[in-house]
Design a protein around this ligand. Structure first.
Ligand code: GLU
Length: 496
């Protein structure tokens, strides 16, 4: 085990662009980023695009944009460069071949000419014999190197296999999350590091890169734990120091099963588009498996970047809890000033929904501040504001009424009287502010001998089209006098 304690921390996130960035990958990226920041180290982004059939440029772009949205700035990698590049594996192919050939020359790897058919037949026989070892029988391990080279030169198809040293005892993987994990070296086989099509295998390319890039800590999903002993063997063959590993748990759905589409959104961009804030989303994912103190649910990015440590990462599977994510998101929204909420949430959301103000619903900053103050406490996802503000962006004669609300509040005894009284109280009211509106409407229930709900709900339904909205003063102040009066007038037709 190498001792990296005093070494300059270098970590990498190495997604394969075979799909979008999912929550599991995002959390891995967050932990790498936070670990680098907390240790004054370097965070590297490397694109593992060696699988040509499944990697796409579009996915790479989606991943980069997702990383940017998450606010995980990388110190080396695509778009920023760095001293250890290139940072796309497809641009590093020469390095893998060079490394593999060096291992062959040093007798640490060898050419294998076994055809897939021969390998399959060997396996079948071993199975028939109930042999406990069903791996590669090391058929080509002892071919004389000059003979092997001659066969390669003659164009015979080959793979390159690593020679797991005969005397290699158990491989013990030092893991910061799981402790020392022991693997039996015999079971590792002389595994392939270069395929017959001339491409390196994952276990080889990743180690060549991690060694060349000076990676000190490998933080990744524990689906890679079983690959790690093979990677340790490659480090040893290359003569490179073994980094510290930290394999973090999977994220499961609330039913305990692997997270999938059935559980709802899985990719970062889906969460972004659904209206989650980057800070809240990062906060939530960071706490899925890590806790600085076991209590805090709201942890700022700054705290994460200064306090993150592998000591407090849990090895138990994390369960995605959408309710907790919503709770944290709402907390972040509420913590915003009205102005910030208007600038960062409200206006962009309304804009994206193509809502244009009608009538004198002004563009003035104060109007947006009022709308922010009214909607902020009622917003869980940024996108919630669109639905809540829609009544302000609809022409009076196009406002749709929720039929249940009409039945319950407008088509009722007393509703007409309430609307008439409201119209009278508001027709010439000055100033047109939430407080003045509330004061003007306040005496009506008593005057008419009706309960408050029977007065304010008909007004609300008349102006908003439904029975739920912010306080009546805010609701009408935002709408403006002319629209309020026109809608009250229109709604009278719905009364009995
Ligand atoms: N490209 C690999 C993946 O996405 C990287 C695994 C690793 O971190 O070594 O699973």
């Amino acid at each position: 085990m190498s001792n990296n304690k005093n070494a300059q921390v270098r970590v990498r996130f190495a997604p394969s662009p075979t799909g979008k960035l999912h929550v599991g990958g995002a959390r891995t990226a967050i932990y790498n980023w936070a670990f680098a920041r907390a240790n004054g180290g370097t965070f590297i982004l490397r694109i593992d695009d060696t699988d040509p059939t499944r990697s796409t440029e579009e996915n790479t772009q989606v991943i980069l944009r997702a990383m940017q949205w998450l606010g995980l700035d990388w110190d080396e990698g695509p778009e920023v460069g760095g001293a250890y590049g290139p940072y796309f594996q497809t641009e590093r192919m020469g390095l893998y071949r060079e490394a593999a050939e060096r291992l062959v020359a040093e007798g640490k790897a060898y050419y294998c000419f076994c055809s897939p058919e021969k390998l399959a037949a060997d396996r079948e026989e071993a199975a028939k014999r109930h042999d406990s070892f069903q791996g590669y029988r090391r058929t080509c391990r002892n071919i004389d190197p000059s003979e092997a080279q001659a066969r390669v030169d003659a164009g015979e198809p080959y793979t390159i296999r690593i020679k797991v040293p005969d005397d290699r005892g158990d491989v013990i993987v030092p893991d910061a999350v799981h402790g020392n994990v022991t693997f039996n070296a015999k079971e590792l086989d002389d595994f392939i590091i270069f395929r017959s099509d001339g491409t390196p295998t994952y276990n080889f390319a990743t180690v060549v890169d991690d060694a060349a890039m000076g990676i000190t800590h490998i933080i990744r999903g524990d689906d890679h734990l079983s690959n790690t002993p093979r990677q340790v063997v490659v480090y040893e063959a290359l003569g490179a120091p073994t980094p510290t590993f930290a394999h973090i748990s999977m994220i499961l759905g609330s039913d305990g099963k692997k997270l999938s589409k059935r559980h709802g959104a899985t990719s970062v961009e889906e969460y972004r588009d659904a209206g989650y804030l980057s800070d809240a989303f990062v906060n939530y994912l960071a706490l899925l498996g890590w806790a600085p103190d076991g209590e805090s649910t709201v942890i700022s990015r700054e705290r994460l970047a200064s306090e993150f440590s592998l000591d407090h990462v849990s090895k138990n599977p994390a369960i995605m809890d959408p309710k907790k994510l919503d709770f944290i998101n709402a907390e972040y929204l509420r913590a915003m000033s009205d102005e910030q909420f208007a600038d960062e949430v409200l206006v962009p959301q309304l804009h994206a929904a193509d809502l244009e103000p009608v009538g004198e619903c002004t563009h003035e900053a104060s109007w947006y501040d009022l709308l922010s103050a009214a909607l902020k406490p009622r917003t869980t996802l940024s996108s919630d504001v669109v639905d809540q503000a829609r009544y302000l962006y609809t022409a009076d004669d196009e406002l749709e009424y929720d039929q249940k609300a009409v039945k319950k509040w407008l088509a009722k005894q007393g509703a007409r009287e309430a609307l008439v009284a409201a119209k009278g109280a508001l027709a010439t009211l000055e100033p047109w502010t939430p407080q003045a509106i509330e004061e003007a409407l306040d005496p009506i229930p008593e005057q008419l001998g009706l309960g408050k709900g029977k007065v304010f709900q008909p007004i609300r339904v008349a102006c908003v089209g439904r029975a739920v909205s912010p306080g009546i003063g805010d609701t009408l102040a935002l709408l403006g006098r002319d629209h309020t009066l026109a809608r009250i007038e229109r709604a009278m037709e719905l009364t009995i």
